[in-house]
Design a protein around this ligand. Sequence first.
Ligand SMILES: [Zn+2]
Length: 380
Amino acid sequence: MSRSRLNFLTFKAKITTSMKKKLTLVLILMCTVCIAQTQDYPFDVRGFSIAVPQPDGMKQFLTFMEKDLAANGINTLVLRVDFNYEYESYPNLRSQDALSKHDVKKLVHTARKNNIRIIPQINLLGHQSWAGRVNSLLREYPQFDETPSVIMPEKYEWPNDDGLYCKSYCPLHPDVHEVVFALVDEIMEAFEADAFHAGMDEVFYIGEDDCIRCRGKNKAELFAGEVKTIRDHLAANNQELWIWGDRLLDGKTTGLGFWEASENDTYAAIDMIPKDVVICDWHYERAEPTAVIFALKGLRVIACPYDKADITRTQLELIQSFRENSNKVLQGRFLGVMQTVWTGAGNYLDSYYGEEINERVMGSVNSFKEMIQYLNQQDK
Ligand SMILES: [Zn+2]
């Protein structure tokens, strides 16, 4: 036996005797991690959507991401950023409590560590004002306003003579995309994201007579044109577009009405938009079976509940049923479910953790708890 062979055997024996226990322990730990990472939750998308935290709420939010989202199987986080980021391309559009790039990197790091996909959102097209306040884009660039003659009221009330819910930008203004795409590109880079949520819900002002560029034009074509413009911009960077689905549903024929569906003639856009756009199908009063409409049109869809736990459960059951009862082609289009939250992140988490309970927020807290209970029950 050669000296080197002898040395090798001696070394092997040492490993066997002194490190066996440690190696076994490492293997057990590795297997535990593997099992944890491959838990078989239902749905490809198990999402949560909320506004970005304010800078002083970052610590609480990062803990929530790790201990409450990831730990319960949530793998997708749509963050409504809007103007709450320190944009460098257009600093004049920053809001007062904007997150710094350093803050965003903390979100990115925590998401990556916990296998959460962050999808940042800026409301494009609609939602350019809220109640009596014009948001940054139209405040700084009023020339983009689709309805320049609609003056913001001192005291906002709905309904009103102007039909003003939120202002829209004009999708045909020659300069609007230069500005909004600079913002999109900045947050996509900051968040290191591969998908962007453009909002595009509740667009009531589109193709208005008030707009010299859009008046008389087909509203479905205008809406679809803007979806395609945004989608193409993202696709050039291998990024995906997500939008809310309400403008693509026929509010009158379906009885869905003018909030969660369209009564302003945009719904024909469902047949005009690119098929790789992901639809977030929100319904808050009933578990409407509209995900099927999107899937049959070739679009991937996510059911989005809000603040009624019993409806949330039905939405989860419906999506699961659609997946189980569809053919392979359709099956893959029912991506999953995403809890939506329409309050500030700080408010939500204070109620979620019971630190300062706000009854108006508790509906979406209980809805989310129902959702994670469902996801984790299904996993057993
Ligand atoms: Zn216009």
